[in-house]
Design a protein around this ligand. Structure first.
Ligand SMILES: N[C@@H](CCC(=O)N[C@@H](CS)C(=O)NCC(=O)O)C(=O)O
Length: 261
C-alpha cells in the first residue's frame, strides 16, 4: 500500500484488509523498500510517470496482481475476494445500499449534522436485518447491517465512527448501532489492528499534513497541476513487469548492436 503516514483515504482500506484477515505492507511502490510511506513530490511523480495510478491519485494498493486505486473500488475488491460481501447477490446489493447511505452520511459537514437524519435510518436497517436473520445461525448477540456475518457495510460504519472520540456518546440512543460498533471493534482482525500500533493517530503522525502538501503541492494551489506524465496505463502489476522487461530487452539489444557497429 502506498500512502502517507496518516489515516486519510487509506484508512478504510486498512480496516477492510484487517477485517478480512489480510496481512499488508506499507511502502512506496517502485521505490526503495526501506520507505514506509510516501513523502516527496519526486516519489509521487515517479508513480505518475510509471502509469500505475489510474487518476494520478493515492492510495495505491497492489494486490492480486492489480494496481488498485479509488478507495471504495479497492475496498469492494477486498470485500468481494475475502468474504466481506455477503453470501448471495441479493445480500451484496443490500450491502451496496448500506455503503452508499453510509458514504452520504460521511459527506455531512460536519458529520454530526448528519446524525439526526442518518443514524435512525441505520438503526432501522440493522433492526430489520436482525428480524429477518433471527432464524439463521449467528454469532451470539451479533448485529450486522446485512445477513448473519460481518460485511464491508459494517466495516465502513466502524471506519466513520471510529474517527470520533467516544462512540457511545456519539451514537446516542441507538442501541443496535452501538452493539454493531462494539462487535466489529472486537472482531479478531480489527481488534488486532486497532491495538497494534499500526493505526495512525488522526489525521496522521506529526507533520503529516505538511508532508501531503509537499508531495502533491498542486492540490493546494501552490503550483500548477503537472500534465499527465505517462501515455500508458498499467492497471495490473504484471503490465508494469512486462514494460520493465521490454525496456531491459531494448537496452540489451541497443547495447549489443552498439558493440557490433
Ligand atoms: N476518490 C479518490 C480520491 C483520492 C484522493 O483524493 N487522493 C489524494 C490524496 S488523499 C491525491 O492523491 N490527490 C492528488 C491529486 O488529486 O492530484 C479515492 O477515493 O481514492
Amino acid at each position: 500500500m502506498t500512502y502517507w503516514d496518516g489515516r486519510g483515504n487509506a484508512e478504510i482500506i486498512r480496516l477492510a484488509l484487517a477485517a478480512s484477515g489480510t496481512e499488508w505492507h506499507e511502502g512506496v511502490a517502485l521505490d526503495d523498500p526501506r520507505f514506509k510511506n510516501i513523502s516527496s513530490e519526486e516519489q509521487m511523480k515517479q508513480l505518475m510517470s510509471a502509469g500505475v495510478l489510474a487518476f494520478d491519485q493515492l492510495p495505491l494498493l497492489e494486490i492480486d496482481g492489480l494496481n488498485l486505486v479509488q478507495k471504495m473500488a479497492t475496498v469492494r475488491h477486498i470485500a468481494r475476494t475475502r468474504g466481506l460481501y455477503g453470501s448471495t447477490p441479493a445480500e451484496a446489493a443490500r450491502i451496496d445500499i448500506a455503503v452508499e447511505g453510509l458514504m452520504d452520511y460521511r459527506s455531512s459537514k460536519p458529520l454530526k449534522a448528519g446524525n439526526g437524519r442518518y443514524l435512525p435510518l441505520f438503526e432501522r436497517l440493522v433492526h430489520a436485518n436482525r428480524e429477518s436473520t433471527a432464524h439463521m445461525p449467528c454469532v451470539e448477540g451479533a448485529t450486522y447491517f446485512v445477513g448473519n456475518k460481518m460485511s464491508i457495510a459494517d466495516v465502513v460504519f466502524f471506519w466513520i465512527i471510529s474517527d470520533k472520540e467516544d462512540y457511545e456518546a456519539y451514537l446516542g440512543p441507538h442501541r443496535l448501532l452501538k452493539a454493531l460498533y462494539a462487535h466489529v471493534g472486537a472482531s479478531d482482525g480489527i481488534a488486532t489492528y486497532m491495538s497494534s500500533g499500526r493505526r495512525y493517530p488522526r489525521p496522521g503522525l506529526e507533520g503529516y499534513l505538511d508532508r501531503v502538501k509537499s508531495t502533491i503541492p498542486w492540490t493546494h494551489g501552490l503550483v500548477e497541476r503537472p500534465p499527465m506524465l505517462s501515455e500508458s496505463y498499467h492497471g495490473t502489476t504484471s503490465e508494469v513487469e512486462v514494460t520493465a522487461l521490454a525496456l531491459l530487452v531494448c537496452i540489451a539489444v541497443t547495447t549489443t548492436l552498439a558493440r557490433h557497429t
